[in-house]
Design a protein around this ligand. Sequence first.
Ligand code: FES
Length: 160
Amino acid sequence: MSKLVILEPIGVESAVATNANLLTALNNENIQMVQGCGGRGLCATCHVFVREGMDNLSPLSSREKRTLGVVTSCNAESRLACQALIQGDGVVVQVPSGLYVTESTNFESMIGQRAEEDILHPVSGEILVEKRKLITRSMISQLGNVRDKFTDYLNQASNI
Ligand code: FES
C-alpha cells in the first residue's frame, strides 16, 4: 500500500510505500539530500519542515529529538527525513535551502566567489557563510575545520 507525500517548493506529489522514510519520497523526485551521517539520525543534513500531516508520520525517536535539539533552525515542524516514516497520506514537506559542509565538500574552488546558498554547519544547521557573501581564504580554512570535526564526529558515532 502506498502513501502520497507532497514536496515543496516544487509542489510535486510522490507515492511511497507505507512506512518508507521521507528520504525515499525526496529521492524519488531527485531532490538529493546530503545524508551526511548516512541516515543514522545524527546530523542536520536531512532536516526538513513538515508543513502538514505531522500526525501521519512515525513519532519522534529519542535520537531524533536529541539531534533536532541542536539544529539551530529547528521548530515544531522539524523532522529528520531519514528517521520519519510515512504512515498516512497528505504529508507536505519543505526542504530548507542551503549547502551543508560535508566530508566531500571542495571549498578551494569557491574562493573569491559569492556563496550561491547559505553554507550550513552539518550538525547544527547554523549558517556559517551567508548567501551572497564573498568567500575568502580565511573562511575556507574555518569551513575546513568544521568539515574535519564533522568527520571525527561521524567516526566517533560509528563506534557507539
Ligand atoms: S542523514 Fe544524518 S540525520 Fe538523516
